[in-house]
Design a protein around this ligand. Structure first.
Ligand SMILES: [Fe+2]
Ligand SMILES: [Fe+2]
Length: 263
């Protein structure tokens, strides 16, 4: 996917860039790319004028880290009582192109099923909340997956900024173009990287970042079908349904099921 630097900066609003930390800018870029992939024809929209941008900035009520389900106005079909992960993909995460493309790359290149599942899940929490999405995502899925899957999801947020040539993961060239060559991740990200790099599960997380780089492709639609069996083998689907299962994160699933509830 080609990212137009000016179009990207325009979405941030007037003066927003100066107020953002480097980590926030990187997060914003990832959300922007996922958003562009999700919204068909989004790239064809005419660029906003200076006044329109200012207007948009003033109208902005949602915080930047708010999940997509809360910033979208699309009609949501009810979630069934005994909802499965597949139901959430179909009714809440769709079109989910980025995560489906990344899982598909893992599948096509013969990576372990655990990695395929981690790729499939790694950014879906952005429907709930975007800020610090690696950490939120890890928590959301922890009750239902092998510990290595949620661990990998947690640290992919930090690993994005650190190349590892042995796995073919290069520092995203786009970060240089958009944020400048002097970009420095925040201290907590640097610490998380150090910890993850030395951990025996390092590759669980690294492979998520590797597959991520193949998952911003325009016009590539992947369905959930090829992953149904893998989900069946590796995702502990609660019989009461996600959200009704009293797990430590059931409330997060309920929030995504009913994002319109006032309290
Ligand atoms: Fe991510
Ligand atoms: Fe991603």
């Amino acid at each position: 996917m080609e990212v137009d630097r000016r179009a990207f900066l325009a979405t941030l609003g007037v003066g927003a860039l100066e107020r953002m930390s480097p980590e926030d800018k990187a997060e914003e870029l990832e959300h922007y790319m996922i958003h562009m992939l999700e919204e068909e024809h989004a790239e064809e929209e005419a660029p906003l004028s200076e006044e329109e941008l200012e207007e948009q900035e003033q109208e902005r009520t949602a915080r930047r880290g708010t999940g997509s389900l809360f910033t979208s106005t699309r009609e949501l079909e009810p979630i069934p009582l005994n909802a499965t992960l597949e139901d959430f993909f179909r009714l809440r995460f769709a079109p989910a192109r980025h995560v489906l493309q990344s899982a598909n790359h893992a599948l096509q290149t013969g990576q372990p099923e655990r990695t395929i599942l981690a790729c499939l899940l790694h950014d879906t929490v952005q429907n709930l909340i975007k800020v610090d999405h690696g950490y939120w995502g890890a928590q959301l899925f922890a009750p239902y997956v092998d510990e290595r899957v949620s661990w990998g999801i947690q640290y992919h947020q930090a690993l994005r900024f650190y190349p590892d040539e042995s796995t073919g993961y290069e520092y995203p060239e786009m970060y240089n173009r958009i944020f400048g060559e002097d970009y420095v991740p925040e201290p907590y990200i640097a610490e998380a990287y150090k910890y993850c790099r030395a951990h025996k599960w390092y590759m669980e997380s690294r492979l998520i970042t590797v597959n991520d780089t193949y998952a911003f492709q325009d016009g590539v639609d992947v369905t959930i079908e090829p992953f149904i069996d893998i989900i069946g083998r590796h995702f502990k689907q609660p019989k009461e349904g996600l959200g009704n299962d009293n797990s430590p994160t059931a409330h997060m699933w309920r929030t995504m099921a009913n994002p319109d509830r006032p309290l």
